[in-house]
Design a protein around this ligand. Structure first.
Ligand code: TXA
Ligand code: MG
Length: 287
């Protein structure tokens, strides 16, 4: 299933056998819970307990690249296996028209982890999704290249509000509506998407590289220097364009069979927080 962020491997959220098939296709540890995708806030309220903060964020950013972790209301609608046995549920209303149409037609929540095998970069085109997990899928829906290119921001709204995964909706945009977000640390075992060595290509990744060494591929930020195996995340230094290109260029660089993939420094502000989070994990550092 295409979404505006990355391609997902979709299954009926209520059907534990379908959910098990998704875990199997990803080779994912079964303690990692999945996101229930809904078509709107009304469907989300049926499965999760919304408070004021959740209402405010959903009104501002849905449909779109924001996932809310909330207390579960209907534990049958999103089965235990999909929630990894937690009493919370992650919900998101994706903006892509084909995802919207699929969920609306189905009429119930659909779980959809990113369609990569566990630990690998998320797919941002149908071809990449098919290469990763297509052998397990009964159907593939082509929605073109993903406009955002990075997974959704994940915010837990339990006793405290915590940023579990930075993403396309920035920390500043969220804090403007609900106040300061705590860090994920205390909650880390609840969001294994935060494991080190995640989103990783085959080649090792070298960060903050101002140029490539012999044998390395290079991902620039700004105008691309000349040379073989060189790409730029954004020629104009635009963070949104860099996010959209990130995973596809990691794959392209990897296919050139380099000794390593060297990546230019990326500014930390705004979307840069999410891009740097994915890069640190691709390089195998704990964030
Ligand atoms: O953009 C996205 O969110 C994509 C597209 C397909 O929608 N999906 C995606 O799913 O990235 P996945 O499964 O790769 O990542 C889900 C993240 C993981 O880090 C997981 O640990 C966290 O959400 N998560 C899910 N349920 C949770 C819960 N109840 N408590 C804490 N974290 C949870
Ligand atoms: Mg993922």
């Amino acid at each position: 299933m295409p979404t505006e962020t990355v391609y997902g491997l979709a299954a009926d959220a209520a059907d534990a056998r379908a959910v098990a098939a998704v875990y199997e296709a990803k080779g994912r540890p079964s303690f990692n819970p999945l996101i229930a995708h809904v078509c709107d806030t009304a469907m989300a309220r049926e499965i999760a307990r919304f408070d004021d903060r959740a209402e405010r964020l959903a009104a501002a950013f849905w449909p779109g690249p924001l996932t809310l972790v909330l207390p579960v209301r209907d534990p049958e609608a999103v089965c235990d296996l999909a929630r990894a046995g937690l009493d919370t549920v992650a919900v998101r209303a994706p903006a892509h028209p084909k995802a919207q149409a699929l969920i609306a037609t189905f009429g119930r929540p659909v779980v959809a982890p990113s369609a990569n095998r566990s630990g690998r970069p998320s797919p941002t085109t149908l071809a990449d999704a098919v290469e990763e997990t297509g052998g397990s899928a009964v159907a593939a829906l082509d929605g073109g290249a993903c406009a955002v290119g990075l997974e959704s921001t994940v915010v837990a709204l339990l006793d405290e509000a915590r940023l579990l995964r930075p993403g396309a909706v920035t920390r500043a945009e969220i804090e403007a509506l609900i106040g300061p977000l705590l860090e994920a640390e205390g909650d880390a075992k609840r969001s294994p998407g935060r494991l080190a060595r995640h989103y990783a290509p085959n080649a090792p990744v070298r960060l903050d590289a101002t140029s490539a060494r012999r044998g390395e591929a290079y991902l620039a930020f700004g105008p691309a220097p000349g040379g073989e195996r060189v790409w730029t995340l954004s020629a104009t230094g635009d963070l949104r364009e860099a996010a959209a290109n990130l995973f596809a260029l990691l794959r392209a660089a990897d296919r050139s069979a380099p000794t390593a993939i060297a990546i230019a420094p990326i500014p930390a502000e705004g979307l840069g927080e999410a891009i740097n989070d994915r890069l640190r994990r691709a390089a195998g550092f704990v964030g």
